[in-house]
Design a protein around this ligand. Structure first.
Ligand code: BES
Ligand code: ZN
Length: 892
């Protein structure tokens, strides 16, 4: 018996001791929506597995009624009361010490407590909405990762799965929802008691409760599951799209995982104040309004796609996460990486015209960018304290996670992969799994060494750049760790390399596990009927060009650096339209990243970009735009004298697709064209293209008088707003005021978000400061402030930094308890391009950092260093001026 000693032995432990584990919770909650408080009680059925005098469980911000605590065991007639009750605030634990050793086996622990409905968007919190012109509170839970303990005392770790029987007492005019359907409803005057059916076994972070006024739309799935979308009173129509997606998606997953949805009902609720985008609570999924509601007239195509993806993601968790749960947060990526990957699978089957797998490359590259930092982390990351968990809901867990799944699926084949997943879900249903459990199942099904292969991707951070060289029909490969700083890391991977030569008709695959590898192409070239004479001879003068594309369709999580000859061949293949959109994306993105790391000149990147002048694909053009923005940002510091020419080049480049689309939407035009038009016009407005700016201002003028004008549909609105803000200065703020008017008048959150994300694009620093202050005003919900920050113009950067420092205490107080505070740092700090700013940031945060921003802060500062180096290397590039001039004034 190791636990004779004092309660100190339980301090500072990463996980709760396992000598007692909960089996069943009976929870009673009574929220007071006016006083913003709640009263509650739990009766937890516990299995005492080894002799102990202690119970150690989680609780935080709760006032525990000490006299109410008692334990009754099945094997003893006696009621046990703790002799010592200790709350260890630092570790969010409640330790109960009993004078005698507790009997083994089952017993029930009862505790009464009180709490506050906080305004931190976590635990049991309040969200504010308007009803008939009156402000009202609703009570909502958000428990992931570790905030169930703020609502009731519990074993708040994913591996302690239990059943939950929940009872709510609420004012009788309100709707009360929880994970399971209501089995009994009792009305007693002005209060109503809802008793919910007991849940199947699940983790605490998935328990949920929502109490408020709602309308809903409903559908019954073919299996008889009742699916509802709840939203603000009067907005039920806006729930129809998500409802339809949900009905179809449940069916897709049922087939894919070969297990039906496991609960009798599924509710999805729009919550006005919500920290994340959505949360997959078992049977009661909660969303930000922007991620659930779709309005036919005022939502953009991008909003529609977001709703579909978010719904598909959260429903994927009902299997991957809720039915089979990660054993510990180290395996968070099993939840998030998979849900992300599977959501694309579902979206692709529902909306093939969205080419969603091409769009996935946007996620993929976000993962690659973050993982090119020395301050990245492995997918499987050690978690030693609850406060470290928030930070890992990042692009590594989600996007790198999803990308390596796609890589593995591609390597093993879709059919084998699906069979394995279905068998994994079946084997671990109602239980917990670790990363290696998944590899074991995949290994059994495929006969491939999955664990060795995948360990190299999940247990070490980073990824390789594969250098490809061709010499007399022999390809030479060499891998080394890619870092944006230009340094070379010492990681090594097992890289599934794929390549195509001159056509997509056949593909070559092999695993590059050593540092170097050679591949004789002779046979492959003969079989893919390519023109072998041109390979590796250095001679491409004949007018016929040969290309070799590695990492076909970017299924591998790595970058490729080609030698000059191969790069020239690919460039020509892009111009002559021989490559897939995914490959065009990959070539450009790799070139851009290599350029930033100082491995390739800006001149050569710009010349490559010119090969995209007839590009039509949405995702590829979106990347062209992103890269243009970054180049403008860095060029303004590095070569200000060339800035206008560089901008002119980008305007020329974007004008071809922009002219094809025009401002007006066409009858029956595709989803991707609608999204593309919006992005192109925003980019042209930012680049100062005068025709675009004029047209934008004209349309905005009409829109101000008539919000239903067809001149400014939702897809082009952001472009108009950006143009309006570009024309605003401290002498004439009328455009800003007009936008605020639209902001105040709309009750659609997507429209509000669109406006917020445009405001800080103003070129006048004074105005940017006004905008930033507006973000902190009561008119902007805490959940939305970050959208404003994401749009800060280069000209506004310095005031934004000063503003961040001046308001840091307030920001930390308001957002510091969640993962949003990290965004303030990233958005404002990382665009800087000088050592001086990096130093300022380091000094400022030296005394102000918190566990939940440590890594984010280091990453932001590292990014400043990378930008700085990039600026220096651009300055040294002699012939850049000539290249830029030639490109800017070239007639196409
Ligand atoms: N489980 C997360 C929600 C979450 C995020 C909880 C961070 C706690 C901290 C949910 O499944 C999720 O991933 N939501 C995403 C949307 C998704 C489409 C990527 C989000 O909130 O952005
Ligand atoms: Zn998720």
């Amino acid at each position: 018996m190791a636990n004779e000693q004092s309660i100190d032995q339980f301090r500072s432990q990463p996980r709760l001791p396992r000598f007692a584990a909960p089996k069943r919770y009976e929870i009673f909650l009574k929220p007071d929506l006016i006083a913003c408080k709640f009263a509650g009680s739990v009766r937890i059925t516990i299995d005492v597995a080894s002799a102990t005098r202690f119970f150690v469980l989680n609780a935080a911000d709760l006032v525990i009624d000490n006299d109410s605590i008692s334990f009754t065991s099945q094997s003893s007639p006696k009621e046990f009361r703790p002799s010592e009750i200790a709350v260890v605030e630092k570790d969010d634990i409640l330790v109960l010490r009993f004078d005698e050793v507790l009997p083994l086996g089952e017993g029930v622990l009862g505790i009464r407590f009180d709490g506050t409905l906080n305004d931190q968007m976590k635990g049991f919190y309040r969200s504010v909405y308007e009803h008939n012109g009156e402000k009202k509170n609703m009570a909502v839970t958000q428990f992931e990762p570790t905030d169930a303990r703020r609502c009731f005392p519990c074993w708040d770790e994913p591996a302690f799965k239990s059943t939950f029987k929940i009872t709510l007492e609420v004012p009788s005019e309100l709707v009360a929802l929880s994970n399971m359907p209501v089995v009994e409803e009792k009305r007693d005057g002005i209060v109503k008691t809802f008793i919910f059916q007991e849940s199947p076994i699940m983790s605490t972070y998935l328990v949920a409760v929502v109490v408020g006024l709602f309308d809903y739309v409903e559908a019954i799935s073919p299996d008889g599951i009742k699916i509802r979308v709840y939203c603000q009173v009067g907005k039920a129509n806006q729930g129809k799209f998500a409802l339809d997606v949900a009905v179809k998606t449940l069916d897709i997953y049922k087939t894919y995982f070969a297990v039906p949805y496991s609960l009798p009902k599924l509710d999805m609720v729009a919550i006005p104040d919500f920290a994340a985008g959505a949360m997959e609570n078992y049977g009661l999924v909660t969303y930000r309004e922007t991620a659930l509601l779709y309005d036919d007239r005022h939502s953009a195509a991008a909003n529609k796609q977001r709703v579909a993806i978010v719904v598909a993601h959260e429903l994927a968790h009902q299997w991957f996460g809720n039915l089979v749960t990660m054993e510990w947060w180290t395996h968070l990526w099993l939840n998030e990486g998979f849900a992300t990957w599977v959501s694309y699978l579902a979206a692709d089957s529902l909306f093939p015209e969205w080419k969603i797998w091409t769009q996935f490359l946007d996620d993929y590259t976000t993962g690659l960018r973050l993982d090119a930092l020395a301050e990245s982390h492995p997918i499987e990351v050690d978690i030693n304290h609850a406060s470290e968990i928030d930070e890992i809901f990042d692009a590594i867990s989600y996007r790198k996670g999803a990308s390596i799944i796609r890589m593995l699926q591609n390597y093993l084949g879709a059919a084998c992969f699906q069979r394995s997943l279905a068998s994994y879900i079946k084997r671990f249903a109602c239980s917990n799994a670790k990363t290696e459990d998944l590899w074991t199942v995949l290994e059994e099904e495929s006969g491939e060494p999955v664990k060795t292969l995948m360990d190299s991707w999940t247990k070490q951070k980073g990824y390789p750049v594969v250098h490809v060289n061709v010499r007399e029909r022999v390809l030479e490969f060499e891998q080394s760790q890619f870092l944006s700083s230009g340094s070379t890391g010492d990681g090594q991977w097992i890289v599934p390399v794929t390549l195509c030569c001159g056509s997509y008709s056949s593909q070559k695959k092999f695993l590059l596990s050593a540092k170097h590898e050679k591949l004789d192409l002779t046979e492959f070239i003969n079989s893919s009927n390519a023109d072998s004479n041109l390979v590796g001879t250095g001679n491409q003068q004949s007018g016929r060009h040969f290309w070799i594309k590695c990492n076909v369709d970017q299924t591998g999580f790595y970058r490729v650096k080609y030698n000059d000859e191969l790069a020239a061949g690919l460039r020509h293949a892009i111009e002559s339209k021989q490559l897939s959109a995914m490959d065009r994306f990959g070539i450009l993105d790799d070139a851009y990243s290599l350029c930033m790391a100082g491995k390739q000149t800006l001149s050569s990147l710009l010349s490559l970009m010119a090969a995209y002048r007839e590009e039509v694909d949405y995702t590829v053009l979106s990347l062209v735009i992103t890269i243009s923005r970054k180049i403008v940002n860095v060029a303004a510091d590095a070569v200000p004298e060339l800035l206008n020419d560089i901008k002119q080049f980008f305007i020329n480049l974007l004008q071809f697709p922009a002219e094809r689309l025009g401002w007006d939407s066409k009858e029956g035009e595709g989803h991707l064209d609608m999204m593309l038009r919006g992005e192109l016009l925003v980019a042209l407005a930012e680049l100062g293209h005068d025709v675009t700016q004029h047209e934008a201002l004209r349309c905005f003028g009409v829109y101000l008088d008539d919000r239903n004008t067809s001149l400014l549909p939702p897809d082009t609105r952001k472009a108009a707003y950006v143009a309006v803000m570009q024309a605003v200065n401290s002498m004439d703020k009328s455009g800003y005021e007009n936008l605020l008017k639209v902001y105040r008048e709309t009750d659609l959150s997507q429209e509000k978000t669109r406006i917020l994300s445009s405001l800080a694009s103003c070129l006048d620093p004074e105005v940017v400061r006004d905008v930033l202050n507006f973000l902190l005003s009561p008119e902007v919900r805490n959940q939305d402030a970050i959208f404003g920050l994401a749009g800060v113009s280069r000209e506004g950067r310095d005031v934004a930094w000063t503003w961040l420092k001046d308001n840091w205490e307030h920001i930390k107080k308001t957002w510091g308890s969640g993962y949003l505070v990290g965004r303030f740092v990233t958005y404002i700090v990382s665009p800087f391009c000088s050592d001086e700013k990096a130093k300022e940031a380091e000094e400022f945060f030296a005394t102000r950092s918190t566990p939940s921003i440590v890594r984010t802060l280091k990453q932001s500062i590292e990014r400043v260093g990378i930008n700085t180096k990039w600026v220096q290397s651009i300055r040294k590039e002699g012939p850049l001026g000539e290249v830029v001039k030639e490109l800017a004034y070239r007639k196409y």
